[in-house]
Each structure stands twice: as structure tokens, then as C-alpha cells.
Design a protein around this ligand. Structure first.
Ligand code: DOR
Ligand code: ZN
Length: 345
């Protein structure tokens, strides 16, 4: 018997689209399936002001595939010089949906991020007042902290103090990678949620490092031990509305991945939904897939669930390209190390 799952058109609550030739090449990979995506602001230079976010949104709209029904939801990149009035205006004008906090130096294009968290307190207080969510890259950058511990330490040293200082602030811990992250989200009564990527439901740190180094599995936060991956699968498939999909699909050219100092990022936009259907099926939670990809995030951000549906049908292995060709060079599509049988129609 054919297995079929019908879901509302989904949202990706954490996506890197880049700009220029890369944007043009990767955008269709998302718009093919997703109705909306929260677009990350870590361009070079970063998207810091409302005017920059509006201009970036217009550049995305200008290269939408013909007939695409897709809404880019914009974010601002928080710096120690961010202007609370400008942020509030961009929010009031409907230009932005969230503000992104990158600890300075934590990841790709994060050098303009925040080093002194007290310096952004007035902006965070203002965001709490107006109900504008903060999306957090949750890793400390202290070189003395082991890279596999950086998320757990961030919760204790940075995130919990921020949330205590500004209790009304609504926070999304982006791309959690640990049991600690999932437990911290569950510990909060309100105002805290987390995105989980597709790749962190599939890979653990052995996949990156055992038997050869695999740069296409390197991302930040880096994948952790298997016990943490299992905790993420449990959280994602639990039906708890505080967990929802943010793919963190992050294109880098193969030349920039397969090199002595490779960039962080997994490109999962192309096959994310087929992978997630398999993960949810394996967890006996196919009936919760719709809420994870199309319900919980919309509820957190206070937007309606998308109209229209996607149908997933289980059958023969689904073909997908190994690479996306871009004007900057090929970008390798995430390999989930298993055949994918859920076709999206
Ligand atoms: O792996 C990652 N890639 N993690 C991030 O936080 C940034 C992203 C990127 O922009 O490439
Ligand atoms: Zn990201």
C-alpha cells in the first residue's frame, strides 16, 4: 500500500541564501517546497539596518523563480552599535521578523557580532517591549572552551544571564546540537524555543571525523556525540511546540569546503523534506511531521499556518542532484547516507 502524508506548505525558520549568483542558484531549492523562510543576515557586509534588510528582501524577490509563492522573512544582524530605534521601526514597518545574535567570531561572517553582551542590553530590552524575537547562535567563542562544549557553556555563561536580565525577551536558540540545549528549552515556561536542523538529526561527530575527514559534514555548531543526536531526534519528533524546523541550509562552494581551512555549513535545502519524513517515520512520528515543519514555528512567530499543501509519497528511492551548480562553483548537497524514499509532490 502506498504511504502518503499531506502537510501544509512548510516554513524554514533558519536559512542562508547569500547574495548575487549564489542566491540565484540556491533560492529555487528552497522555494520548490517552502512557503516562507527566515533569512539569515550574515552577508558581507552584514544586514544591520532596516534599510539594508528591505534592500536584501527586494534582491531576493527579484530573483524568485517564475510562479514561486514564497515569502522571505528578514532578520537583522545585531552589533554592539545596533540602533534600537531603527530596529523598532523595521519591525513596525513589517520589514523584519527577528534579530540575530552572533557572538563575535563564532561562525561564518560573525566578526561584526557581539563580544560584550551588556552593550546590547538596551536593544534587547526594547525588543522585549515590542515583542520582537531574538534568534541566537548559541556558542561561546572563548578559545579555552572545547568546541564540543561551546553550546552548553553558552547556555550557562551567556544565554541564561541574558534571559534573566530581560525576562520578557522571546528567544529562539538556533540549531541546537545537544541534550543540554533541548533540556534548557524545556526548562523555560514561556518565550523560549529552538530550531533543529535536518543534518543534526542525521549526523554525529563520527560522521565528520572517523575514517577520514568529511568537510561536507562540518558545520557550526559542530555535530556532537550520538547521545546528543538521539536527544535532538526525540525533541524534534516529540510534538513539543517549542521545537521546530530551521534547516540552517548554508551553501558554500566545494572549493571553500574541500580545503585546508574549510567553511562551516551543510547544504540541505534540496532534500530536507525527504530526509525529515524518513526521520519521523523511523521515530514512529509521521503524524507529527506537519507540526514540526509547518505548525510550531508559525505559532511561535505569530503568523498563520501556510495555505496550500505538499504531499509526500513513499516509494522508489528519490533521485536528487549531488551538487547544485552556481555561478561561484558547485555546492554539494547534503548526503544523508541512506536512500530517500519520500517523494515530495
Ligand atoms: O554551519 C554554519 N554555517 N553555521 C553557521 O552558524 C553559519 C553558517 C553559514 O553562514 O555558512
Ligand atoms: Zn545559520
Amino acid at each position: 500500500m502506498t504511504q502518503t502524508v499531506i502537510i501544509p506548505r512548510p516554513d524554514d525558520w533558519h536559512l542562508h541564501l547569500r547574495d548575487g549568483a549564489m542566491l540565484r542558484a540556491v533560492l529555487p531549492e528552497t522555494t520548490r517546497h517552502f512557503a516562507r523562510a527566515l533569512v539569515m543576515p550574515n552577508l558581507v557586509p552584514p544586514v544591520v539596518t532596516g534599510a539594508q534588510a528591505a534592500a536584501y528582501r527586494d534582491r531576493i524577490r527579484a530573483v524568485l523563480p517564475v510562479g514561486a509563492d514564497f515569502t522571505p522573512l528578514m532578520t537583522l544582524y545585531l552589533t554592539e552599535a545596533s540602533d534600537a530605534d531603527d530596529i523598532a521601526r523595521a519591525h513596525a514597518d513589517g520589514i523584519i521578523t527577528a534579530v540575530k545574535l552572533y557572538p563575535a567570531g563564532a561562525t561564518t561572517n560573525s566578526h561584526s557580532g557581539v563580544a560584550n553582551f551588556d552593550a546590547v542590553r538596551p536593544v534587547l530590552d526594547r525588543m522585549a517591549e515590542i515583542g520582537l524575537p531574538l534568534c541566537v547562535h548559541g556558542e561561546v567563542t572563548d578559545p579555552a572552551v572545547d568546541i564540543f562544549d561551546r553550546e552548553a557553556v553558552f547556555i550557562d555563561r551567556v544565554l541564561d544571564p541574558i534571559r534573566r536580565a530581560t525576562p520578557g525577551l522571546r528567544v529562539v536558540m538556533e540549531h541546537i546540537t545537544t541534550r543540554n540545549g533541548a533540556d534548557y528549552v524545556r526548562s523555560a515556561a514561556t518565550g523560549l524555543a529552538a530550531t533543529i536542523t535536518t543534518h543534526h538529526l542525521i549526523i554525529n561527530r563520527n560522521h565528520i571525523l572517523a575514517g577520514g575527514i568529511r568537510p561536507h559534514y562540518y558545520c557550526l555548531p559542530v555535530a556532537k556525540r550520538e547521545e546528543h543526536r538521539l536527544a535532538l531526534v526525540t525533541a524534534a519528533t516529540s510534538g513539543d511546540p517549542r521545537f521546530f524546523l530551521g534547516t540552517d541550509s548554508a551553501p558554500h562552494t566545494d572549493a571553500n569546503k574541500e580545503t585546508a581551512c574549510g567553511c562551516a555549513g551543510c547544504f540541505t535545502a534540496t532534500n530536507t523534506l525527504s530526509i525529515l519524513a524518513q526521520v519521523f517515520e523511523d521515530a514512529g512520528a509521521l503524524d507529527r511531521l506537519a507540526a514540526y515543519v509547518a505548525g510550531h514555528g508559525a505559532a511561535f512567530y505569530g503568523v498563520p499556518v501556510n495555505t496550500g499543501t505538499l504531499t509526500l509519497i513513499k516509494g522508489e528511492a528519490v533521485p536528487y542532484p549531488a551538487q547544485i551548480i552556481t555561478g561561484e562553483g558547485p555546492v554539494t548537497v547534503f548526503d544523508p547516507m541512506m536512500p530517500l524514499h519520500w517523494r515530495v509532490t
